[in-house]
Structures are given as structure tokens and as C-alpha cells.
Unconditional design. Structure first.
Lengths: 561, 287
């Protein structure tokens, strides 16, 4: 039997929805369920409505759920915005202070709890609401109480015994309140515990760990939502591996410093989102021209301009593929699933070094910042491949020598033989030139590499073998995958190697109807697909800043077929 | 003299009489005196006439984008502390498009040298005013004269926390050589603003013009008290004069000291692979 539960905690930013939600997510994950979360947070630290959704399933389902079983409403907005998303006879636990004057749906099971008053009465500052909430929740589900206590202990023990005890007390208070005030609650049953090696982790954290594993020893960045966690994680852990992390003054310096480290001979990375990615454009052009490996993570958010910093979108595709002046050799990769991020980050570093060019790793707010239950990556499968990087060079060494595949030998700076790097057009030795024949030859050399890189680009994922083709990229795949079984005539193609385009893609995309599902207004993937298949595609687009619900896609496909 | 030969790069393409020749000669003299092998030197240059310096010295060179000398140079030094990293830039490159990198480099104290060849004009684009052009300066983009206050790199560096601040003059190769030698010896961010006349596009700030306005600092090791250094420079500027020599020097924790645990083996020579267990340990944080 398939099991599934979704719950949402809504409240004011600062109410503790995140902490409580993360603990619940961890409990589900340890129980052996696949968990995914969905943060719907404002770009503001306090005092505005925010909500956090946790979905747990016996199947690997990671899309944003359209219906929820359980709602904690700590502010009025939570009821207004979310009660219609509760399933029939769903449970709503509402803060007593916001209860008055609200019209509730009649089918709902409503439980009024004075979280604020309890917190104020028991604890001076009215804090620890999240632990009270956990206590309350524990009375609505059939799961071992020890899960809760174990995790509370792990989180709060390092903050001191007193804080731990207070949280444990708050947990008990929540529990007891439910026991004393509500009789005969039908607890939600869970399947038995499944032994597992699960971890519960965000895409940004997977990316950061993979970077360390993949030999990245230089990271320069600038804080930006939703990529900041990569900077933070590496700042903390990179020194253990003798690596360097610099928070720079802006994204321009971040990309240029990363390129500097790449020129020096290190594996280097930077991570950003739309506005920062725009600033990094000059660096993409410079890295392409100087044939310097560098990995640029762009965690897409809703644009343009500042857009909606905490919200989701897939609208940087054009910029990733086409952004920058001049003819730039580059590579664009887009993992479509949390489980792919480790391998794709590793691949990004390998391709950057083997082909000596900038590699853009496209993530998005959904993959980056939400938590997912994944199995430990099979680390042994991933290696460090440095291509034509060599430790020593002889006197014949020419940094930009013409070769059969366009790839020249590369080494670290500071060898017996000196060499030159420049963003100006140059000859094989790196000396500047404007000589027409050489200019042509050098431009072609840089692009020749793409012919070989193309063959190493990740294959698209293919689900089903229907006559109509659905094509997508990035985390949009997660929602489509869940409704695929409902249609007989479909083939889903998930493109993960965006640029350069594999030669077999045209054949794979061959279908009666081609439907492109992506989350931006301009149909950026559609544009590229149309170029490949040389016919018009049908677009299913969303650009509200919130990812597709699986059901939404189902309805839209139905209309088309 | 022979020692200098090994640093001889391509034949310079600067205008005859350009102040940058003096910078080039003084730099080669200082490098020769210190006996630093060319293979262990990287000149990181920007865009502008000054940016050509890397071509004219036979060392490793990295020619960056306009204004980005400092992020690149900082990263190279951290990646490989064995290298002597010298930034070569101009007044447009450092004080206009790259000014934020400059202030933050002063704060960070990377162990690099940064030379600004300051000719108070955009030479490579043929004569527009620069951030150091004096008020009233008539240029191709200021036919009615410059309205803006000029930037003074030395003052800015002092205020931003630089640990070695000097000003040189292209009319004094010997003085310039001495400054370079001291800059090489200094552990930290060595900043040198060089008054380097443009004989083609700046007919105002000529060699003679500077000779009348320059006075050398008397303290051979610079002023050790920051507020005093700032006051001296400020007062000189107020009187329309330029203080030259090593103006200020101090010791502070460098970026390398703070970030690099192991300074013996440069990061670029370390193996990239790590133990599987170390990665599993990171993942175990998310159990």
C-alpha cells in the first residue's frame, strides 16, 4: 500500500515554522519515507506570512503537493490562503487568537489551540512555540515519541542543557494539552519503519559537498538567495580540506577570482542567482576566451531584475546558453532531480577541466533550498578527471597550441617555462594578435572543443515510449513524472545536458506532437527545442513564482491531447 | 646590468616619452636586484596602456578584463604562494571601474604588489578624463572641463587599511626602484601609485609640472602612525603637492596567513582526491 501525507505550517516569518517543519521532515525521513519540503517564504526576516510544506511518501515523489492533509494555522493568512488546499475532512490546527471571525470549511476537523497563551504562560518570552507544536502533532500521528525527543536532543543539546530541557518541556506541554482537551482523536497511521541509509538534505548542500569531493579548493561568492547556502556550507567546511572560500565584494569579483584560481591551476567554483549571474557575464566571456575551467552554479529564481528573490522560476536558460559577448565556448548542465546533483556537480568540474571552459550548472530555487530524502550518493562512481592538465611541462609548451581536438595542454602557473594568459585574441603562446588568419584559426580551435564535449554531455532521460513527446528540464520533471502513468501515448524526455546539444537529441525528440513544459513566460527551452526539431512545439508554461502541481500539468496535457 | 636582461620582454609599444617606460625599467631593476626568477613571477594586468606591462616583462602574465586585476591577482597568490604576484593597472582601471576591488583589496591585505600607473587620462581610448584628472581638465569627453573632484589613490589606500602605501614618479627611476624593492620585501598588500605622465593626451600634468610639485618623504620606512600619514598626504594635496616615497607601512595579518593552513605546499600542487570517509562524514550531518 502506498502511503502519503502532506502537512503545512503557516505563520508569521519568525514563528518557527522552519524549525518545526525541519524536525517533522527528519522524523518522516528516519522512518524510511521519502520526504520533500516546499518553502514558500518571503524575502523578509520577520512579520509577514510564510508557510512550509512537508510531504512524505512511501514512493519517491518530490513535487509540490497540491492537496494537504494537515494544516497548522498560526496566523489568519494561513487559513485564508491554505484551507482550500486541505483534502476533504482534513485537519486544521488553528491558533486560538486568530480563530474568531473566520469562516472555516465545514468538512474540516478543527482544533483550536492557544499556542501563544501557553507559550507566554509557561515561558517568559513566549518562545518555544515550535516545540509545543511538535508535541501537539505527536498526538495526531501514530509514530514513536522517541523520534521527536531524539531529534530535539540532537538539535538543542549543543545549545546547552537548559535550552534542551525547556524544549522538551514545551513538547510535553503541547502533548498534554491535546490529551486533556481533545478526546478520541483518530491518529494517522504510518507504515512500519523501513531501515534506510537516507539523508535529508537540500540541493545546495549536495552541490557543496560534491564540489569538495570533486577537488574544488577555491570558492568565491557573494550572498544571494537562493544560492547562499553553498557559500555558507563551504565557508564552514572547506578549510578542513585546505581549501579557500572568499566572500567577495560583488559577483563580478567573485567570478574573476574563481577564474584567477582556475588560471593558477586550481579547481574553482562560484555560485549565484539571476542578478549575480548577470554580473558574472563578463567572466563567462573571459573564461571562454582564456580557456579557463570554472564552474558557475546559477540557482534560478523568479526574475527579471530583482524579481522575487525567494521564488521559483526557470528563466535563466537563455542567459546561460546565450549570455555574454563574442563567440564563447561553454557548457550548460541542468540536473532534474536532487539525486542527480552530486554527480552533475562532479561532471561540471570534470568537463570544465577536460574542455577548459566555463561550465554553468543550472539549479533552481526548488532544488536548491528544499530538503529531499535521498540515498547516499554512490561516491565510488565519481572520479576526478583533469583531461590535459599536466604537472610538468617542457620548453616546447604552448598554452594554446593547436591540436586535433582543440584542447591544449594546461598546467599551473609558476613553471620553469613562463606563459601568458590574455582575454585579448592571442597566438598559441598567448601573445596578443590581430592577424586575420590566426584569429580565425583560434576562434575555430575554441569551438572545435564543443564537437568532442557534445559526446560527453549527459544523455536525456526518457520515460515511456508514446507517440507524443513531452520535453522538459530541471525540477519541472518532478511534477511531470508523477502524472505520466495517466497517459498512454506519451514519452517524457528530460534534457539534462543543455549545451552543447547532443547529436542524438533530434531523433529522440521525434514525435507526433511535441509539448514543451517549462516554468518561464518566454518559452526558453521551447525556443531551443524548436531549433533542434525544426518545427513548432506546444508550450505549457508557468511563471507565478511557484512550481507546477502535478495535477495542473495533467489537466493541461489532457486539453492538448 | 646583465641580470636585468632576463626580464626583457617584448619591445614596448608605448609612445616615446611615456612615463610607463620608467615603471618598466625600475621594475626590472628591482626584480634583478632581488634576484627573483621570472618563472616565479606573475604580472596580472588590466586594460589600458598600463595593462601592456605584462607583455614587456619576460615573466608569466595574466591579462585580465578591465578593472579586474585585484580579484584575479588575489586568487592566484592564494592558489600558489610561491609566486610573486604583481598587479599592473592604471588610474582608470583601478580608480574607476575597479575601485571597489581596490578598497576591498586594501582591507583584505593579500600578499601582492599593486602598481597603478597614474597618468590622469584615458590614453588607450585617446584622451578622455579619468578619475584622477584635476578639476577643469579639458579632455575629449570634457570639452568644458572636468567638474568632478579627483580621486587620490594614496589617501584612499590609507583610509581603506592598506599596509604598504607608496607614491612614485616616473621622472625618478632610482626612487621608483627603491620603492619596488621595499614593496617586494613587504608582507601584505603593497600599493604603489605612480605619477606617470602621458605625453600624448595630457598636456597639463607633464614631467615639469610634477617636478615643481613633488617632494620626497624623509622617513625611509614611511610614517608609522596612520593618522599622521593621512594628514601629511592630505595637507600636501591641499597645497597642490605630491608626497613621494614609501608613505606608510605597517604589519597586519595577511589574507594568506589567515586562510592558508599549510603554506609549505602550494594548493596547486596538492592532490585533489580525498578519502571517501571524509565525504561520508559530511553526509552524516544530514542523517
Amino acid at each position: 500500500m502506498n502511503f502519503e501525507i502532506s502537512l503545512r505550517i503557516g505563520g508569521e516569518a519568525g514563528d518557527g515554522a522552519l524549525t518545526a517543519g525541519n524536525i517533522i521532515a527528519k522524523i518522516f525521513s528516519r522512518h524510511g519515507l521519502f520526504v520533500s519540503t516546499y518553502k514558500d517564504f518571503p524575502s523578509q526576516i520577520r512579520g509577514i506570512h510564510t508557510n512550509y510544506t512537508i510531504r512524505a511518501s512511501s514512493q519517491k515523489k518530490f513535487a509540490r503537493p497540491s492537496k494537504i492533509d494537515f494544516l497548522f494555522a498560526l496566523d489568519k493568512e494561513s487559513v485564508f490562503y491554505h484551507q482550500h488546499e486541505l483534502k476533504k475532512n482534513g485537519i486544521i490546527i488553528v491558533e486560538e487568537k486568530v480563530y474568531e471571525g473566520i469562516n472555516f470549511r465545514e468538512d474540516l476537523k478543527i482544533f483550536k489551540i492557544p499556542f501563544i497563551d501557553i507559550a507566554l504562560k509557561e515561558f517568559k518570552k513566549g518562545v518555544f512555540k515550535n516545540s509545543i507544536l511538535l508535541g501537539v502533532f505527536s498526538e495526531f500521528i501514530n509514530l514513536e515519541e522517541s523520534y521527536f525527543k531524539e531529534i530535539l536532543k540532537e538539535i538543542y543539546e549543543r545549545k546547552g542543557k537548559e535550552i534542551l530541557n525547556t524544549n522538551l518541556k514545551a513538547f510535553e506541554i503541547g502533548k498534554n494539552f491535546v490529551k486533556e482537551n481533545f478526546k478520541g482523536i483518530e491518529r494517522i497511521d504510518f507504515p512500519p519503519k523501513k531501515e534506510n541509509e537516507f539523508i535529508l538534505i537540500s540541493g545546495n548542500e549536495i552541490c557543496a559537498i560534491s564540489a569538495i569531493y570533486s577537488g574544488c579548493r577555491f570558492f568565491s561568492g557573494y550572498p544571494i538567495t537562493p544560492a547562499t547556502e553553498i557559500l555558507e556550507f563551504l565557508s564552514k567546511f572547506m578549510p578542513k580540506f585546505d581549501g579557500i572560500v572568499l566572500q567577495m565584494e560583488d559577483e563580478i569579483s567573485a567570478i574573476n577570482a574563481a577564474i584567477g584560481a582556475g588560471i593558477a591551476g586550481l579547481r574553482a567554483m562560484t555560485a549565484t542567482s539571476g542578478p549575480g549571474f548577470s554580473l558574472m557575464t563578463e567572466g563567462i566571456s573571459y573564461a571562454g576566451m582564456t580557456e579557463t575551467p570554472v564552474v558557475i552554479v546559477d540557482s534560478q529564481r523568479a526574475g527579471p531584475s530583482t524579481g522575487m528573490p525567494t521564488k521559483f522560476e526557470q528563466s535563466d536558460l537563455f542567459h546561460a546558453v546565450f549570455g555574454g559577448h563574442g563567440d564563447i565556448p561553454r557548457c550548460v548542465l541542468a540536473p532534474s532531480h536532487p539525486e542527480e546533483i552530486f554527480g552533475f556537480t562532479n561532471l561540471a568540474f570534470n568537463l570544465a577541466e577536460k574542455y577548459q571552459l566555463p561550465v554553468i550548472l543550472l539549479l533552481d530555487q526548488f532544488l536548491s533550498q528544499n530538503l529531499f530524502t535521498i540515498n547516499l550518493p554512490e561516491i565510488d562512481k565519481f572520479e576526478i578527471e583533469r583531461g590535459k592538465f599536466t604537472e610538468g611541462i617542457n620548453r616546447e609548451f604552448k598554452r594554446f597550441s593547436f591540436t586535433e581536438d582543440g584542447i591544449s595542454n594546461r598546467t599551473y602557473l609558476g613553471q620553469e617555462k613562463i606563459f601568458h594568459i590574455t582575454g585579448v585574441e592571442h597566438n598559441e603562446e598567448g601573445n596578443i594578435t590581430t592577424y586575420a588568419v590566426l584569429r580565425k584559426k583560434m576562434s575555430e580551435k575554441r569551438f572545435l572543443k564543443l564537437n568532442y564535449l557534445k559526446k560527453e554531455m549527459p544523455e536525456p532521460l526518457i520515460f515511456g515510449n508514446g507517440k507524443n513527446v513531452i520535453v522538459t528540464f530541471g525540477s519541472t520533471r518532478l511534477a511531470i513524472e508523477e502524472i505520466l502513468d495517466e497517459f498512454k501515448n506519451l514519452k517524457l524526455v528530460v534534457i539534462r545536458g543543455i549545451y552543447p546539444i547532443r547529436d542524438d537529441l533530434k531523433e529522440i525528440l521525434n514525435g507526433e506532437k511535441i509539448i514543451c513544459i517549462e516554468q518561464n513566460l518566454s518559452g526558453q527551452l521551447s525556443f531551443i527545442i524548436e531549433k533542434i526539431v525544426k518545427k513548432e512545439v506546444i508550450k505549457i508554461l508557468k511563471y507565478t513564482g511557484r512550481p507546477f502541481y502535478p495535477e495542473e500539468i495533467k489537466e493541461k496535457i489532457k486539453k492538448i491531447l | 646590468m646583465n641580470q636585468e636582461k632576463i626580464y626583457e620582454g617584448k619591445k614596448p609599444g608605448w609612445c616615446p616619452g611615456c612615463g610607463d617606460y620608467a615603471v618598466l625599467n625600475a621594475l626590472k631593476k628591482a626584480l634583478a636586484k632581488k634576484g627573483i626568477p621570472p618563472s616565479k613571477i606573475v604580472i596580472v594586468s588590466g586594460i589600458g596602456c598600463s595593462g601592456k606591462l605584462g607583455d614587456y616583462v619576460a615573466t608569466n602574465s595574466v591579462h585580465t578584463l578591465h578593472g579586474r586585476v585585484l580579484p584575479v591577482a588575489t586568487a592566484i597568490k592564494l592558489s600558489n604562494p610561491e609566486l610573486l604576484v604583481i598587479g599592473a593597472s592604471g588610474d582608470g582601471d583601478t580608480y574607476a571601474i575597479g575601485i571597489s576591488h581596490f578598497i576591498h583589496a586594501c582591507r583584505r591585505n593579500p600578499e601582492i604588489i599593486h602598481i597603478v600607473m597614474n597618468n590622469q587620462v584615458y590614453g588607450l581610448t585617446k584622451g578622455q578624463f579619468s578619475p584622477t584628472s584635476l578639476k577643469g581638465f579639458v579632455s575629449t569627453s570634457t570639452p568644458y572641463g572636468v567638474q568632478e573632484e579627483p580621486v587620490d589613490g594614496v589617501l584612499l589606500a590609507l583610509e581603506s587599511g592598506a599596509t604598504f602605501v607608496a607614491r612614485g614618479f616616473s621622472g625618478d627611476v632610482q626612487g621608483l626602484t627603491q620603492i619596488f624593492e621595499k614593496a617586494i620585501e613587504h608582507k601584505g598588500f603593497s600599493f604603489i601609485d605612480i605619477l606617470s605622465p602621458c605625453v600624448t593626451f595630457n598636456k597639463l600634468n607633464t614631467y615639469d609640472w610634477f617636478r615643481e610639485r613633488i617632494f620626497k618623504i624623509e622617513e625611509p620606512f614611511g610614517i608609522r602612525y596612520l593618522p599622521r600619514a593621512i594628514r601629511f598626504v592630505r595637507e600636501a594635496l591641499e597645497e597642490g603637492k605630491f608626497l613621494t616615497g614609501v608613505i606608510y607601512e605597517t604589519k597586519k595579518l595577511t589574507l594568506s596567513d589567515f586562510l592558508l593552513k599549510d603554506k609549505e605546499i602550494p594548493l596547486v600542487k596538492k592532490k585533489l582526491e580525498i578519502e571517501k570517509e571524509e565525504i561520508l562524514e559530511l553526509f552524516s550531518l544530514f542523517k
